[in-house]
Design a protein around this ligand. Structure first.
Ligand SMILES: NC(=O)c1ccc[n+]([C@@H]2O[C@H](COP(=O)([O-])OP(=O)(O)OC[C@H]3O[C@@H](n4cnc5c(N)ncnc54)[C@H](OP(=O)(O)O)[C@@H]3O)[C@@H](O)[C@H]2O)c1
Length: 330
């Protein structure tokens, strides 16, 4: 079968190579999936650059954590799925849970085997491409907004940074939950797209570098109830100022370098919280799916690339031109 692999020790996109591997067969409790689509996340750029957590991959690894396809065969004991079922894989698999694409082999492959409890059914209204966007970015946002000490309520304010995969899910989930959504971007054109999707307020963080002040102004000095901080240490100081009383700053992103005063003291008098997020568990994905089905939500797929053009998809992601998710069809 055709796969892509990230070569052991690689520190650049040169290490992403088309390759051949033997098609796996499902063991007891396992499901063989003919993959149809995979989506990219920011972490996939870090993995191929050798900069993800423990450094370069330690063996040739099939990349990408997110993928969807159809069941090709099931192993003994599997009753939940049958040949032809449309499924999407969870970000982590097994017990203890480990992430696809690093350290486990991922989804940029024609066939993959998963434990049956690592798969979810794809809602009927969704394509493979759309379903493949959910496991990392979608579940991260659902976990951040719905599973903290204070889950999002209708009428509350969500602030989300940028217009990449995570942030556009925050916009969509915020809107189906009845929240007011404030979104930032470096691009007015992208902000227009966000506005057309229902964003209540749009702030260009390049032309309004003190965007936290604008957030306070737009919320009558109150601040946001939930901040989806996709930026990281460079944006957290402003997120601490933009969050409102009793609000939550979800620490999600790792894209920026330290900038400004990193002290969390602005949170003290507001009784505000900082919550670390690492994607989410199977139960979070199940909850997201329910909300998706009821609301007939369609994730935003910015662009799809054919399998053989996978390196082009990585380059496109690196260029940060996208809005929402980038998908590779398989
Ligand atoms: N902790 C977790 O569980 C978890 C899960 C998923 C993702 N993440 C992290 O979350 C971040 C976003 O991931 P993604 O997959 O959504 O990436 P992505 O699709 O590549 O989105 C990147 C976007 O972020 C925006 N951005 C870049 N620098 C920014 C800054 N200084 N301030 C505000 N926005 C900025 C840009 O939006 P504009 O073009 O609109 O300016 C850019 O297009 C990454 O750091 C990723 O590693 C973490």
């Amino acid at each position: 079968m055709k796969v892509f692999t990230v070569a052991q020790g690689t520190t650049s996109l040169e290490g992403l190579k088309a390759s051949e591997r033997e098609r796996p067969s499902p063991g007891a409790g396992q499901v063989l999936v003919r993959m149809r689509a995979a989506s990219l996340n920011f972490r996939d750029l870090a993995i191929v650059a050798g900069k993800y957590f423990r450094g370069p991959v330690e063996r040739d690894t099939i990349p990408l954590s997110d993928g969807a396809g159809e069941v090709a065969a099931v192993g003994t004991g599997v009753t939940e799925f049958a040949k032809g079922d449309r499924v999407v894989a969870a970000f982590t698999q097994g017990h203890p849970p480990l992430a696809l694409g690093f350290p486990l082999d991922g989804t940029l492959t024609e066939y993959a085997v998963f434990p049956a409890d690592g798969l979810l059914r794809i809602p009927a209204h969704m394509s493979f491409e759309e379903a493949a966007t959910l496991p990392c970015a979608g579940v991260t946002v659902w976990n951040a907004l719905m599973h903290g000490p204070k889950s999002l309520r209708p009428g509350e304010t969500v602030l989300t940074l940028g217009t990449g995969g995570v942030s556009i899910f925050a916009l969509q989930i915020g809107k189906i939950t009845g929240a007011r959504v404030i979104i930032t971007s470096s691009s007015d054109a992208k902000l227009e797209r966000a506005r057309a999707m229902g964003a209540d307020h749009c702030i260009n963080y390049k032309t309004t570098p003190n965007w936290e002040e604008k957030v306070l102004e737009l919320t009558d000095g109150q601040g946001a109830d939930h901040v989806i901080d996709t930026g990281g240490v460079g944006t957290l100081p402003k997120s601490y100022l933009a969050v409102g009383p009793g609000g939550t700053v979800s620490v999600i992103g790792v894209m920026t370098r330290p900038d400004g005063d990193l002290s969390p003291y602005p949170l003290m008098a507001k009784f505000a919280m900082v919550r670390g997020i690492f994607v989410g568990a199977r139960e979070h994905f199940d909850g997201l799916m329910k909300a998706i089905v009821v609301n007939k939500l369609h994730p935003v797929v910015d662009r799809t690339f054919p399998f053989d053009a996978a390196p082009e998809a990585y380059k496109y992601m690196k260029s940060a031109q996208h809005f929402g998710k980038i998908v590779i069809t398989i």
